[in-house]
Design a binder for this molecule. Structure first.
Ligand code: CP
Length: 305
């Protein structure tokens, strides 16, 4: 198998996505396999993370590999002014794979161009989060039994939320209908709406988070308003509490509806939703371990079958 970076969900085909989902299922059945014995993997996180970093590191540990890296760039020489290029060229001398999160859009692509080892993009600014998308697809497939012909409702910060951008593009293979619920300030960017038009994907935009919108959804994909991406904090204050999902709002929803959220949540899902069987966000985060085991093996060219 070829070794290659995973920078964008658009880098992989529908067949590769399906293969990764099958491998994630296999890892869920047996997550402890020593296929990374002798490999060293770096996690370079220039932005904070809980799930992505810890699930990637757990994935490596369960596969018998070793981890180096940093969770806070302030402890690395980038705080002394070292460039991303020099950092990546140095770290790629030491390891077999780099998993990187960066606040700049395009940073992962750039890193993949200067690195001598594959890069997995663990999130670059408001652009892409392909490993999150793989765990989202795995979660959707597990809960719906299919990825085809689903009504996906995305709610909240559709402007800065990289998870919705990656998910929209990945779902384009599977004939979705999208509903975008956002205030004017956080609407789905034009480039993603053009992408939908080019792929004949129907989408509907809403300002109101109504029960009518909730009741036709198969997947309700809630997102956090991304405070760290606002240049004007007054604008953040205006929109931060714009949509809050309460348990009572799910009363008329479809039996197969599942509520997803990439997490962390701030207050966009009330705690009373957590005990509803339709709330799936914690299982979704757990699925990240298996999806990331599959991704690591793919980019390292390790055939687990
Ligand atoms: N979903 C996600 O990327 O979470 P973290 O920021 O905690 O990694």
């Amino acid at each position: 198998m070829k070794k290659e970076s995973l920078v964008s969900i658009n880098d992989i085909s529908k067949e590769e996505i399906i293969d990764l989902l099958e491998k994630a299922k296999s890892f869920e059945e047996n997550p402890n396999r020593r296929v990374l014995e002798g490999k060293v993997i770096a996690t370079l996180f220039f932005e904070p993370s809980t799930r992505t970093r810890l699930s990637f590191e757990t994935a490596v540990n369960r596969l018998g590999g070793r981890i180096i890296g940093f969770s806070d760039a302030a402890t690395s020489s980038s705080s002394k002014g070292e460039s991303l290029k020099d950092t990546i060229m140095m770290v790629s001398n030491y390891v077999d794979l780099i998993i990187m999160r960066h606040y700049l859009e395009g940073a992962a692509r750039y890193a993949s161009e200067v690195s001598s080892v594959p890069i997995i993009n663990a999130g670059d600014g408001a652009n892409q989060h392909p490993s999150q998308t793989m765990l989202d697809l795995y979660s959707i497939y597990k809960t719906q039994g299919t990825l085809e012909n689903l009504n996906i409702t995305m709610v909240g910060d559709l402007k800065y939320g990289r998870t919705v951008h990656s998910l929209l593009q990945a779902m384009s293979h599977f004939h979705p209908t999208f509903h975008f619920v956002a205030p004017d300030e956080l609407k789905m960017p034009q480039e993603y709406k053009i992408f939908c038009d080019e792929h004949n994907i129907p989408y509907y935009e809403h300002r109101e988070f109504s029960e009518e919108v909730i009741n036709q959804a198969d997947i309700l994909y809630m997102t956090r308003v991304q405070r760290e991406r606002f240049t004007d904090l007054m604008e953040y204050e205006r929109v931060k509490n714009v949509y809050i999902l309460h348990n009572s709002m799910l009363a008329g929803s479809k039996p197969n509806l599942r509520v997803l959220h990439p997490l962390p949540r701030v207050n966009e899902i009330a705690y009373d939703v957590d005990d509803n069987p339709k709330a799936y966000y914690f299982q979704q985060a757990k699925n990240g371990l298996f999806a990331r085991q599959a991704i690591i093996c793919k980019v390292l060219g390790i055939d687990v079958d």
